[in-house]
Design a protein around this ligand. Structure first.
Ligand code: ADP
Length: 497
């Protein structure tokens, strides 16, 4: 039992589920192998988790296939599925504290964010898609000749979800909830850094009454378990969130196997454009939040901050000042703003980019160093004098590193904003409606936040342009990934043959 800075006890979660979940049962892996999952606050091992690979993926796909072809889930009414999803949502609400603390322990995420945002958001996502489950319908088509048709929306079948470690719970449900509502069965491959909460959700799913085989979770590594799922001949669709590099591998695997449908939510290098007419204090706060939230481990992080020349100097001064009051430390402590990077590899990768930034000639204004005696903590870091072609302005760092770039005109801002291979999100800070409208239509990205950032909602679709991927999570659009459209055609005046 640790203490937080108020002297009150920090309750560590008990880890109850560490085995694969296949066909409604927690199982060891076929190979009997396990792997360590570590606490990023210290680098210490939390527990060992079953290491699934191809053999376990085969078992899980077989279970999902049986559940799809012969089980009740795709056959029950949308209303019945919705009721079960509502029940799962209520069970999640009853375990918020425990689930949030598992993600904090496994991934270094702030406990307060888990408790008030991520985990309640998962329950609400289930409720949103529960409400949609009985409203999935096709169209009636007049057709041009002596025929008429209707379309049926049918579940796509067995789905593979491969998810990352930065939002273990939210990512799980932004994939699983719409796929369940659509009537699919599925296999989830959580990230090897954060496997624990996904297994807990399997336990809750069983309690809620989701039939065996509908949700299967195979913990393990990307090149083994993940690759086996992406290339499996009996998986109908794969939904992936992660790096652009791995997204390319997933697409290749799908193309080389059975041409399963693929949706990819990939990396980003999202710009925030701050215009001269902005309230500088508000803009500083928005930019700060956009990059330092969740220690910069967010695919939509505002990692390129473009500031118009009239307010640039004031902005820089205030941005640096703001970092002084930003507390880096134990994510279980409610006074802390930023926890540790997820693991040693990410920690070293971020520090390497900071080094590259210095060598490229950017000016390090604040931060740039690890902090704390142990664990993977990094100071909030700001570079100025960043040029668009520098690696720190082009590559996704996935850490608390802000790059500040000056611009003169709106045209220049738009050009700069579009100057990376990514197109996931963008922020605009201005009081001028015309500027906001013009810029939001000119930026090639899936989300535009005007005078706000990270304004997510179940109802608002989310996904990428360009090399940030394709397909949308959240909103009713997400259901499309898990549905097939079938056209049924009949003659109007009897068969012509
Ligand atoms: P990040 O760079 O954020 O760690 P990755 O793209 O490496 O993201 O990982 C996201 C997910 O993809 C994880 O679940 C990981 O295990 C999985 N993954 C990694 N490599 C592969 C692969 N070759 N095939 C399928 N999945 C993979």
């Amino acid at each position: 039992m640790a203490m937080n800075c108020n002297g009150s006890e920090i309750k560590m979660p008990e880890i109850k589920f560490t085995k694969l979940f296949i066909n409604g049962h927690f199982l060891d892996s076929v190979s009997g192998k396990t792997f360590e999952t570590r606490d990023p606050r210290t680098g210490d091992v939390i527990t060992r988790v079953a290491e699934g690979d191809k053999a376990d993926i085969d078992l899980a796909v077989n279970a999902a296939r049986q559940a799809f072809d012969n089980g009740p889930w795709p056959r029950m009414s949308g209303y019945q599925r919705g009721r079960i999803l509502m029940k799962l949502a209520d069970l999640i609400d009853q375990h918020i504290e425990e689930l949030a603390s598992i993600d904090s322990l496994d991934g270094g995420k702030l406990l307060s964010h888990g408790k008030f945002l991520d985990i309640p958001g998962c329950a609400n996502s289930l409720r949103y898609y529960a409400g949609a489950a009985d409203k999935i319908h096709g169209d009636t088509l007049k057709m041009s000749g002596e025929f008429q048709a209707y379309t049926l929306k049918e579940p796509v079948g067995v789905v593979g979800h491969i998810i990352p470690w930065n939002y273990p719970s939210s990512m799980f449900f932004c994939k699983v909830a719409p796929a369940l509502a659509a009537g699919c069965t599925m296999i989830v491959k959580p990230a090897e850094q954060t496997p624990l909460s996904a297994l807990y959700y399997c336990h809750l799913a069983k309690l809620a009454g989701i039939p065996d085989g509908v949700i299967n979770v195979v913990t393990g590594f990307g090149p083994t378990a993940g690759a086996a799922l992406a290339s499996h001949m009996d998986v109908d669709a794969v939904s992936f969130t992660g790096s652009t590099e791995v997204g390319r591998l997933i697409m290749e695997a799908a193309a080389k196997s059975n041409l399963k449908t693929v949706s990819l939510e990939l990396g980003g290098k999202s710009p925030v454009l701050i215009f001269d007419d902005a309230d500088v204090d508000m803009a500083v706060a928005l930019a700060h939040t956009s990059i330092f939230t969740n220690k910069g481990e967010i695919c939509v992080a505002g990692s390129r901050i473009y500031v118009q020349e009239g307010i640039y100097d004031e902005f820089v001064k205030k941005a640096v000042e703001k970092c002084k009051n930003w507390v880096v430390g134990d994510p279980f402590n409610p006074q802390v703003h930023q926890g540790p990077q997820v693991d040693k590899m990410q920690f070293e990768r971020v520090l390497k980019y900071i080094d590259i930034g210095k060598k490229e000639g950017a000016t390090l204004l604040t931060g740039g160093k690890p902090c704390g005696e142990k664990g993977y903590y990094i100071e909030p870091t700001i570079f100025t004098d960043v040029k668009d072609d520098m690696k720190i302005a082009q590559d996704e760092i996935f850490g608390p590193v802000m790059s500040l770039i000056k611009f003169k005109t709106i045209e220049e801002a738009i050009e700069k904003a579009n100057s990376t291979k990514y197109g996931l999100a963008a922020g605009i800070v201005t009081k001028d409606l015309n500027t906001a409208n013009r810029v939001s239509r000119s930026i090639r990205s899936g989300v535009i936040w005007i005078n706000c950032y990270f304004a997510f909602d179940q109802d608002c679709p989310y996904g990428g342009y360009k090399m940030s991927g394709f397909g949308r999570d959240l909103g009713l659009n997400a259901l499309d990934k898990y549905l097939q459209v079938k056209s049924v055609v009949t003659p109007i005046f009897g068969s012509p043959w």
